[in-house]
Design a binder for this molecule. Sequence first.
Ligand code: LLP
Length: 433
Amino acid sequence: MQPLSHVLPPSAATTADGHLSIGGCDLVALAEEHGTPLVVYDAGALRDTMQRYLQAFRAHDPHAEVIYASKAFWAQAVLRMVHEEDLRVDVASGGELFMALHAGFPPQKIVMHGNAKDAREINEALEARVGLLVCDSLDEIALLNHIAGERGVVQDVLIRVTPGVKPSTHEYISTGQLDSKFGFSLEGGLAAAAVAACRTATHVNIVGLHCHIGSQIFEIGAYPVAAQLLAAFVKEVGRDGLDIMDMGGGLGIAYGRADDPPSVEAYADTVMEAVFAEWDAAGLERPRVMVEPGRSIVGRAGVTVYRVTGTKDIPGVRRYVAVDGGMSDLMRPMLYGAVYEAILPERPEAEASEHVRLVGKHCESGDVLIKEIDLPHLEAGNLVCLPATGAYGVAMASNYNGVTRPAVVFVENGEATVVVRRETYGELVSRDA
Ligand code: LLP
């Protein structure tokens, strides 16, 4: 079992007052100043991970590309940072495209995804002149060809292939299997039909393949299996024009002390070596490899700080500790049964003394942040911090129960910057006619 530091941002430390700090900022002071729930990102850790990714992949090939999957956390501050660090960006909707453009991304560096893009989104992508558009269905290829024709442009595309690989992860975030709403399966000839459709379309230029087998993956041996199937497919349909192999995202992170995910470097070595070895073995010219990490870039860098609103002991049953957030800022426990750790910003070193259920403030019995955990004694007013909430946390936040979405701060070298302010009540009614 690893220490808790394993799931906290690397800069986590204890202050002279015995408080938990991140990026040199005391979380107790941050909660006082900015209120709770508060999402705090270690900005240095974000940048370091982006650079580690680039270095790990480019050690194998200087032309390898790292494309940040913005769905994991899409604030302007992180998108600007991704751009500054020279990564590309993956957007999965017209809205994400808008946010990437707004953050200053050159369109050429944007990869547009989405299994159900509509005509408006395709028009937006073409209007912006995105570098790559990933096609997910024959209808989409036909629609894209039509719209690009009307506009008199030719769009570079990748075809999303589902290789029939099913890594062990939650069913909701497993995407590479045959029975999937995503992409074209190798089995049954759907992928071959898609390549053929692109090759005959006059305003669609196929430049490669895409494959995303799932998310929160620890078993990186699934990537070589996918690579082998993809190389065989390229051989079958012909290498002509298929210069890019985008292997998607998916590297898992540690949420709990017992989790032991592979390093970015091990993942990069596995993916790059597998693709090159399989293409070499098939006698194919090597492709330019791209990857699309989301969670493994932002997950560990972020924590969420809540304030305890009250506790309740049900004799013979359990002790409940309720906090001022919940499923509206962190859906993952409810949606995927995700298990988080907790640490007390006021007493990070204190010994656990009670077994509790940490619950949110929403009108749902299922609004449970942590089902069972041993923690030091907690009372109303105390703070609780959940580590590793940087990915798919605020990115999936809602206004359920009229709860306003939390503020987000970046911390580094003892300085905190609000990058997303807390939502106001006024904003809750701002769209109502
Ligand atoms: N590329 C594509 C095409 C994707 O669909 C995804 C994630 C990624 C890249 C990034 O995957 P990552 O490196 O983050 O695993 N809300 C879920 C995760 C959904 C992932 C959806 N697609 C969760 O909280 O676990």
